[in-house]
Design a protein around this ligand. Structure first.
Ligand SMILES: C[S@@+](CC[C@H](N)C(=O)[O-])C[C@H]1O[C@@H](n2cnc3c(N)ncnc32)[C@H](O)[C@@H]1O
Length: 200
């Protein structure tokens, strides 16, 4: 069967490639590879998220979560902007985790399989370019697994393409008791800001 970017152990040979991008005046060169999401360039949705959301600063104690970290672009940027916070970067794809480990080397980042994140950890912020392609039901289950792990005043930042259902995801989150606002848009993507509601 062909690999998906969310395969647990991609079977295709790993062809690595450097990805260069700038976020808020800083230049990054990270290593990506076939078998992981957006191996050829910084994903445009991730670029919108990192450009238009309120990145945490040094005052943020964390912990922070990069849910579905891929080769690690979000985790790397979070760790640089919030050097006092521990960042957890999780992915089901083992090749993505290996790359994220390498790309975050020297930063305060723990790369982990999702099920190995200690159950008692509550996150100050969750960041994600979520895996829409796993299917609607699975995506909903994934969000309902991790959003309850936000601290009481925690927020989640999500980026979703409009044509892949950002508006319906926002509506669904609100229906589930997670107040969600459209924080920004760009290049066909929406940045959603999710907070804890009364019911969540
Ligand atoms: C849209 S990609 C984003 C990757 C990376 N954050 C980026 O911006 O390039 C979503 C990621 O979620 C991962 N993923 C899929 N299912 C997951 C799950 N159940 N738990 C954690 N990560 C998952 C995929 O392997 C993929 O790397």
């Amino acid at each position: 069967m062909a690999d998906h970017y969310f395969s647990a152990d991609p079977e295709s040979s790993a062809k690595t490639q450097s990805i260069d991008f700038n976020v808020r005046g800083r230049h990054y060169t990270l290593l990506a590879s076939t078998g992981v999401f957006s191996a050829g360039r910084l994903d445009p949705g991730t670029a919108v998220l990192l450009k238009k959301s309120d990145l945490p600063g040094p005052e943020i104690a964390g912990p922070l979560l990069d849910l579905g970290c891929g080769y690690g672009p979000i985790a790397v940027v979070l760790a640089d902007h919030a050097p006092n916070a521990e960042v957890w970067a999780v992915d089901v794809n083992s090749r993505a985790r290996e790359l994220a480990e390498r790309n975050t080397n020297g930063r305060k980042v723990k790369v982990s399989a999702p099920h190995l994140v200690p159950a008692e950890i509550e996150f100050e912020q969750i960041w994600s370019n979520p895996p829409i392609r796993i299917g609607k039901q699975e995506l909903h289950e994934l969000l309902l697994l991790w959003l309850p792990r936000l601290k009481a005043d925690g927020v989640a930042w999500l980026v979703v393409a409009k044509h892949l259902g950002s508006d319906s995801l926002q509506k669904w989150l609100i229906e589930q008791g997670w107040p969600t606002e459209k924080h920004a848009s760009g290049s066909g993507y929406r940045v959603l800001k999710v907070s804890r509601g009364q019911a969540s």
